[in-house]
Write a protein that binds this ligand. Sequence first.
Ligand code: SAM
Length: 212
Amino acid sequence: MRLRNVTGSREVIAESRFVVHDPAAQKGKWSGVFGNNRPIHIEIGMGKGRFMMDLAAANPNINYIGIEKYSTVLLRAVQKMETQELANLRLIRMDAEEICEVFDKGEVAKIYLNFSDPWPKDRHAKRRLPSRQFLARYHEILAADGRIEFKTDNVDLFDFALEEVEPAGWKIEAMTRDLHHDEKMFVGNIMTEYEEKFSSMGNPICKYIIYR
Ligand code: SAM
């Protein structure tokens, strides 16, 4: 998802109080940003932010951070935040490859990956957010009892993600290839923008929860 030619998106983001502008300076100090010691849950590849905003509204006792690579996309989330202020949600514009520069060991309690870009060419596999290269980064920042939750409608990406779990030292806690018809895993499901679009087209949604 890349929205092109959105005039001034970088400027709007630079002025937004919802965006953390120097995230590496907060490494190990994120509780200070929120003013409390509540658990921190992050979404990597947040897109326009609906999932993060709905979760933050539903769970005021959890601190959320949405991470998005492109300012033109992040702008949409910033604009939504202007209409619904949430004290427990912050946004970061960054490439997730640098995630270990931004969070300290064990500082994050949960990581959400939703409808991650598939990068279909084999030579780009390490750019996929559920790849073993990224799992190694998540291992650094996630608490010992932390979980990663991954959703996608892309069966090839889901198969790839499942194959990465064990070699990267993780274990599957739960998984489904049809989330919206899985009685147990669908409980409390919050839809993302992509999930709404693809499930309304009839695509089954795959999901796993992993831990180590
Ligand atoms: N999670 C949202 C949803 O489910 O509606 C958006 C899904 S969209 C297909 C994937 C998003 O991940 C895009 O906005 C893209 O810019 C972002 N993204 C991809 N690679 C990223 C990376 N390395 N770091 C941060 N964001 C990334």
